[in-house]
Design a protein around this ligand. Structure first.
Ligand SMILES: Nc1ncnc2c1ncn2[C@@H]1O[C@H](COP(=O)(O)OP(=O)(O)O)[C@@H](O)[C@H]1O
Ligand SMILES: [Mg+2]
Ligand SMILES: [Zn+2]
Length: 370
């Protein structure tokens, strides 16, 4: 079984990252006081569907468990919980990815909300990729959202909040989900190794590589867990094997190359093939963002991203890359010149700031269901 499915969180406490949000949802669970229209917005693999599933289960669970704090957790064994757990959706939960929503689905959706729930207390409409709602579906949905009937809940999820219809946004309780940090992801991967009972049998160096997997999954927890699964089956345990296998570029190599580039030494490019050049683009961009975020501690301006992405659309070539960097320097108001900039790099990377994971259970991780 896929690890990402096997270890899909079943309670809010098992969700990593999003601590404010899960605290709120836990509090709400006490009285089952969830907003009737919820919109989860965040990048792929950050836990949107999982949160939606837990909320849906709670709303109809026949026998919720009460934690010491008084929070409710879905029992996972009653017919309503099972229906969602097994993703059958044959009861009162209508689940649809909007990019594949047809006329029939709209009719079914309208039927469901206009009749009393048959099996359980609440009817739940769970719409994924809500920015893809067709005009027809949008019209129908908006009408339903305007004054949701009692016992009717809408859970919407999107990876592109900016494309979500404004009227929908204004009717929903919006939950913006940030990228999960690489530290949290690495801790989860370690926990999964333990849960699989192989934390002792993998080489120590692999534990350190969990940070590499976490960094490169860039906030996408599903991606990180998938990388981990491949490492386990493929026995990719050394840093080099992982770099080779997943086409990651070593951060040190990237920094060294960037440093040369900033000093206008481009000789190393001769030895790079096209794939490596492309990887270098991405790796260096990620490095830039990291440095920018951590040293200057601000959100990345969209302006930056757009310029950079425009640069990447071209065939990988040196001119394009230099162009990208020039663009970045031009739009950056805080980094005055390349000298300051490269100094930031060196300062930043000479500080050993990446915590090393020990095998001896010292890492703080959230409890995971047994
Ligand atoms: N915040 C999280 N905490 C723990 N596991 C997560 C989290 N987000 C995603 N996952 C893992 O990734 C898988 C997919 O998550 P999902 O909720 O479907 O993401 P999304 O809907 O945002 O794309 C889950 O089954 C779980 O293994
Ligand atoms: Mg999803
Ligand atoms: Zn239940």
């Amino acid at each position: 079984m896929q690890l990402s499915l096997k270890y899909r969180p079943r309670t809010f406490n098992e969700i990593i990252g999003h601590t404010g949000l899960t605290k709120e949802l836990n509090q709400r669970s006490k009285q089952l006081d969830f907003p009737q229209v919820m919109l989860f917005a965040g990048e792929s693999g950050c836990g949107k569907s999982t949160l939606g599933m837990i909320v849906s289960q709670l709303l109809n669970c026949h026998n919720p468990k009460k934690t010491d704090e008084g929070f409710l957790e879905p029992c996972q064994i009653c017919p309503s919980c099972m229906d969602i757990l097994t993703e059958s959706y044959s009861r009162n939960v209508f689940f649809k990815d909007c990019s594949s929503m047809g006329k029939d689905d709209i009719v079914k959706l309208q039927d469901l909300v206009s009749t009393q729930p048959i099996f359980d207390n609440n009817t739940i409409l769970f719409l994924e990729e809500a920015q893809e709602l067709s005009q027809a579906a949008l019209g129908a949905t908006l009408k339903l959202l305007e004054k949701p009937r009692p016992h009717t809940y809408f859970i919407l999820a999107t990876t592109q909040l900016d494309k979500i219809n404004k009227a929908i946004q204004s009717r929903a309780q919006l939950y913006k989900m940030k990228k999960v940090s690489y530290q949290d992801i690495a801790a989860l991967l370690f926990e999964l190794l333990k849960r699989e009972g192989i934390d002792e049998s993998v080489p120590d160096s692999f534990i350190e590589s969990l940070f590499l997997l976490a960094e490169y999954s860039d906030g996408n927890v599903r991606q990180a867990v998938q990388y981990l699964e491949r490492c386990i089956y493929g026995e990719y345990f050394t840093r080099q094997q992982i770099l080779d296998e997943f086409g990651f570029m070593d951060m040190n190599t990237t920094v060294q190359m960037l440093y040369k580039l900033l000093k206008k030494d481009v000789s190393f490019f001769k030895d790079l093939d096209a794939t490596d050049t492309t990887i270098f683009y991405y790796a260096s961009w990620k490095t830039l963002l990291d440095v920018y975020k951590r040293k200057i501690g601000v959100e990345i301006k969209d302006e930056w991203k757009i310029r950079f992405l425009d640069g990447l659309k071209n065939e990988p070539n040196l001119d394009a890359l230099i162009n990208v960097y020039n663009n970045i320097f031009q739009v950056s108001h805080m980094i005055k010149d390349q000298v300051v900039y490269s100094k930031l790099f060196i300062d930043y990377y000479s500080i050993p700031n990446i915590p090393v994971m020990q095998k001896s259970n010292e890492i703080k991780v959230r409890p995971i269901r047994k």
